[in-house]
Design a protein around this ligand. Structure first.
Ligand SMILES: [Zn+2]
Length: 325
């Protein structure tokens, strides 16, 4: 097997992850650094370069063994222009030409894409379901991110902002979203939103075992809500069921807009596993039509927190038109 690798870089709000990934989508070496608040973009780019070089040394690889570099980053950004326009949670990132800067220093072609898109491409390219079928990924974490892979390519859209399914409206007069609209999916189905809704109800007087946990100062996560729902805590059951319902609404809309073979659910909320998948599937079956049997498989994503670096590297392999030569 070839020793050639692509460098995958996942730039998060608080962490920078770098990995060397072979043409089969396997991580050969990896490193991560915590980012300081307000760290200047130049310093972060220098860290991307030094971590990449360090990994190459550790893996006994030369520059000639590296086919290219893929970077996944929060946006908004322009993949076409290789530029981060403004990165949420990263102070001072405005109009940074990451692609050209990195390419100049490393002497390799660089591809830049949105972090959700990179993760979706990772699942498509190297996940458990790598059969080339169209997929949509929803990452249910602090917010709801994701991406759409159709015909083997990420769908970017004319304005390069496709795949923002977290801001699709599932309840037109619903909860206020940070984006300024009402009723976005993100306000119902992110891991943070589930905790917020459950605790909000307890504060407003809903009877739940959650109140005991809150009184003791215990940490409450989405998994806590899922566990209590599984233990027949009525309020947590209600919150959990609503969460699955709104995700099913999104899946029906995804079915009709993109008609993918599968919708994958990942991120913190997906730690609940089959409890989440079964809940979403049940609501989906009750809501979806009977005119055609064009139903996407709703499944768990398989790459976890590695999806970003693997997908970013996969994009570099794809840009070569190869996937391994
Ligand atoms: Zn929104």
């Amino acid at each position: 097997m070839s020793a050639r690798v692509a460098i995958g870089i996942d730039l998060g709000g608080t962490n920078l992850k770098v990995a060397l990934v072979d043409s089969a989508g396997t991580i050969v070496a990896r490193a991560a650094r915590r980012l300081a608040d307000g760290q200047p973009s130049g310093e972060i780019i220098d860290t991307m370069v030094s971590l990449s070089r360090q990994l190459m040394l550790e893996a006994h690889l030369d520059k000639a063994d590296v086919v290219g570099v893929g970077v996944g980053s929060p946006g908004p950004l322009s993949s076409r222009r290789g530029m981060i326009i403004k990165a949420a949670n990263l102070a001072g990132w405005e109009n940074v030409a990451v692609r050209d800067l990195l390419s100049e220093i490393l002497g390799k072609p660089v591809v830049l894409d949105n972090d959700g898109n990179a993760a979706a491409f990772g699942e498509f390219w190297a996940g458990a379901n790598r059969d080339g079928h169209d997929l949509v990924l929803l990452t249910l974490g602090t917010g709801v991110g994701g991406g759409i892979v159709l015909g083997g390519n990420i769908l970017h859209g004319h304005f390069e902002n496709a795949g923002e399914i977290g801001h699709s409206i599932v309840e037109p007069r619903g909860r206020a979203c940070t984006c300024g609209k009402l009723g976005c999916l993100e306000q119902y189905a992110s891991a943070s939103a589930v905790v917020r809704r459950a605790l909000g109800g307890v504060k407003a007087g809903k009877a739940s075992a959650l109140s005991g946990l809150v009184d003791r100062g215990d940490e409450v996560t989405a998994q806590t809500i899922a566990t209590l729902a599984g233990d027949s805590d009525a309020w947590c059951e209600q919150v959990w069921d609503e969460t699955c319902f709104y995700l099913a609404v999104a899946c029906v809309n995804i079915q009709h807009a993109f008609n993918p073979a599968r919708v994958l659910l990942g991120g913190g909320l997906a730690c609940a596993g089959e409890q989440l998948i079964d809940g979403v599937r049940n609501h989906f079956s009750a809501m979806s039509w009977t005119l055609h049997d064009d139903f996407p498989e709703i499944q768990l994503a398989s790459l976890g927190y590695d999806a970003g670096v693997i997908g970013a590297a996969g994009l570099a392999w794809q840009a070569l038109g190869a996937g391994g030569d």
